[in-house]
Design a protein around this ligand. Structure first.
Ligand code: CU
Length: 138
């Protein structure tokens, strides 16, 4: 007996299982680029890609927060670095963005991200349920 029908069934099953996620592979016509200017596009990054544009430093000691506590205004799209120093082991949690990072006594931790979601974002020392600061991203 030949196993060809079985192989075909298996193939069809495999195609069904992963269908939908990948788009059609047929080549679509690419519109020819129309450039209004013959100058090369200016690279606008004046800041090095790994440099934070705004830094927020927070220190937790004896259950109290010092540094840029309260509210910090952040322009939408800013590359932000939050540095947390803590005298207890805990976890820094940036809400909405849902970023988490462990912090240990004597080992400050930094979270760096693009503030691309507007709103009032709580930064919390998770286990202590201690709000370190709030970012006002707009
Ligand atoms: Cu939290």
């Amino acid at each position: 007996m030949l196993t060809r029908p079985l192989a075909l069934v298996a193939l069809a099953g495999a195609l069904t299982a992963c269908g939908g996620s990948s788009g059609p592979t047929a080549s679509s016509p690419v519109p020819s680029p129309v450039l209004a200017s013959d100058r090369p596009t200016t690279v606008a990054s004046a800041v090095a890609s790994d440099a934070a544009q705004q830094t927020i430093a927070l220190t937790v000691s004896g259950g109290k927060v010092t540094g840029q506590t309260g509210r910090v205004e952040v322009a939408l799209g800013t590359r932000l670095r939050i540095t947390v120093t803590s005298d207890v082991a805990d976890e820094v949690h940036v809400h909405v963005y849902d970023l988490k990072q462990d912090v240990s006594p004597g080992a400050p931790t930094s979270l760096e991200f693009i503030a691309d979601k507007p709103g009032q974002i709580a930064v919390e020392l998770e286990k202590a349920k201690l709000t370190l600061t709030r970012l006002l991203v707009s």
